[in-house]
Ligand binder design. Structure first.
Ligand code: ZN
Length: 307
């Protein structure tokens, strides 16, 4: 640690960085641009929260890593967190290179040994990150050249061979979905749709969700942008309750029952007015467009309800 720096200073810096990120990201609702991450200061000193050249950030004043980073993988490339889960449900984070004594791996090991909270910057677009924190390194598997990463410092690497451990594994996977996969999915989808509802083009992030096309409870319901649609609360709820469907060629359909009702402006414009219209917003990049196959699966279910 730098001269004059104590463990308390280290802890205070980590807390301050997390609080600053909470404000900057609207409590995790919005991602943050890498340029903005250079603005953080602690006690008058500018301390960059990521290292543009490296996956691991260890400011010179600290002994242990402060943040880790996973770069954005364009659609079609492998998602590191999908194949990086161990049998116990904990995520695995690969060493930098193959030398366990590399300075970055030592910085990670120090964070693990001291159980220090880390910030995980997860790429959701070019130079755009969803911060997830606190995360902890809770174990190391040197033969596999990786650490185990948890959202709770009390977890550890374990064999899953008893019912209690299997239950813990399910809990860990559920936590990971809520605190990591869902915010990353939301930010990726909203970024792709330029923060507008696909159905009506509403542009208020507070009123927008990232809807799954095939639900994530279905094994085909991957947390990928091609299985997502940015939708306002009204259209998301209507889609989930099968009052509104979307054809594989991006046309909105509203159930006959809704079409026959007579009511105020929300029904008239928000629902009936969208029937037969194409989606108003699609991602700029074709490879991020919603998958016609996944839309087809969901559209079948909508037609089967058909009331
Ligand atoms: Zn909408």
């Amino acid at each position: 640690m730098a001269p004059g720096w104590t463990r308390e200073d280290d802890a205070a810096l980590r807390v301050a960085a997390q609080q600053w990120l909470s404000v900057r990201t609207n409590d995790g609702l919005d991602p943050i641009h890498s340029e903005d991450l250079a603005d953080f200061t602690f006690r008058g000193q500018r301390i960059a929260l990521i290292d543009p050249q490296r996956g691991i950030r260890k400011p010179a004043v600290l002994d242990a890593a402060l943040s880790i980073r996973t770069v954005y993988r364009p659609e079609g490339a492998a998602r590191p967190y999908q194949d990086g889960t161990g049998p116990d449900g904990l995520i695995r984070y690969k060493w930098r290179g193959e030398d366990g004594n590399h300075a970055e791996n030592r910085a990670l090991r120090a964070a693990m040994e001291l159980r220090l909270p880390l910030i995980w910057f997860f790429g959701v677009g070019s130079a755009l990150y969803q911060p997830v924190f606190p995360v902890y390194l809770v174990g190391e598997e040197p033969d596999l050249q990786q650490f185990a990463l948890a959202l709770d410092e009390t977890f550890e690497i374990r064999d899953v061979d008893t019912p209690a451990e299997a239950q813990l594994r399910r809990y860990i996977i559920r936590e990971t979905k809520q605190r990591l996969h869902q915010p990353v999915f939301r930010s990726t989808v909203l970024r792709a749709y330029e923060r507008r509802c696909a159905v009506c083009s509403l542009a208020h992030p507070q009123l927008l969700d990232a809807a799954h096309i095939v639900p994530d409870s279905d094994e085909r319901g991957e947390a990928s942008v091609v299985n997502g649609l940015a939708m306002c609360k009204l259209h998301h709820s209507a889609y989930d309750s099968r009052l509104l469907g979307i054809t594989p060629d991006y046309v909105v359909e509203v159930t006959p029952r809704i079409m026959a009702e007579v009511d105020g402006p929300t029904l008239l414009h928000g629902l009936q007015g969208r029937h037969g219209q194409r989606l108003m917003v699609l991602p700029r990049t074709r490879r991020e467009h919603p998958s016609p196959d996944l839309l087809g699966i969901r559209y079948e279910a909508f037609r089967d309800t058909g009331s």
